[in-house]
Design a protein around this ligand. Structure first.
Ligand SMILES: [Ca+2]
Length: 224
């Protein structure tokens, strides 16, 4: 078919509507930043890692098969001095409930971004791993007397099924201010827990979406 200029313009307009909008999460690909992914919490080298994979650049890896006491102690030490070299993993049984995965789980957070009142959003993530992860949206409101951000909203992307070695892409729609109108900021929290094993994340996106796309995502989430 010979494409007329008018047809091309119409095609582009449709493509623009159905493809991704601006990613509101800074550096959702993790590729920016020299030694660590800019605009994300720093990986600690024991339970959270930045690594590269061919064709994807930098990705996040989580290991939940770390002894719980070791993981908690390292979390505290790393928070105090992030230049400390990560410890070698203390061996544990593969199915041990004494792991960090069997208890608190492992997490890595994005920066906070502004929440627009009434706005529908789409969260998208690429994932592969030992089990189902949660990709949380955590919403915050300003506490005027405590002068700090406090939790006020959460929802999560929870893939129906995952593969340990093949990447899949998952999305949900969300709107923090529908039930929590005072929410002013939110962030993404990558989270892995059980079973003990390796979990991988890439291409975290949050986009503003139109109400019809929100309705489509709600139907998908409800399995309709
Ligand atoms: Ca990447």
């Amino acid at each position: 078919m010979r494409m007329t200029p008018l047809f091309c313009t119409a095609l582009l307009a449709c493509a623009a509507r159905s493809t991704a909008g601006e990613n509101l999460i800074k550096n959702g690909s993790f590729d920016e930043g020299e030694r660590a992914a800019a605009h994300w919490e720093t990986a600690n080298g024991l339970t959270t890692f930045f690594m590269t994979e061919e064709g994807r650049g930098r990705i996040v890896k989580m290991d939940t098969s770390v002894d719980r006491q070791q993981a908690l102690a390292w979390h505290k030490a790393f928070a105090t001095d992030p230049t400390l070299p990560p410890p070698a993993k203390v061996p544990i049984a593969a199915d041990s409930y004494g792991s960090i995965g069997g208890n608190e789980g492992v997490m890595l957070d994005s920066e906070l971004i502004d929440c627009v009142p009434g706005q529908d959003y789409r969260l998208t993530a690429d994932f592969k791993g030992a089990g189902k992860p949660f990709v949380w949206i955590k919403g915050f409101l300003w506490h005027p007397t405590r002068k700090t951000w406090v939790d006020g909203y959460q929802t999560r992307l929870e893939p129906a099924r995952v593969s340990p070695d093949a990447w899949s892409t998952f999305s949900i729609g969300f709107n923090p201010t529908v039930r929590s109108p005072r929410i002013q900021k939110f962030k993404v929290r990558l989270y892995a827990y059980w079973p003990n094993g390796l979990y991988y994340f890439d291409n975290i996106r949050v986009e503003a979406i139109a109400p019809d796309e929100m309705q489509r995502l709600i139907r998908l989430r409800d399995g309709k």
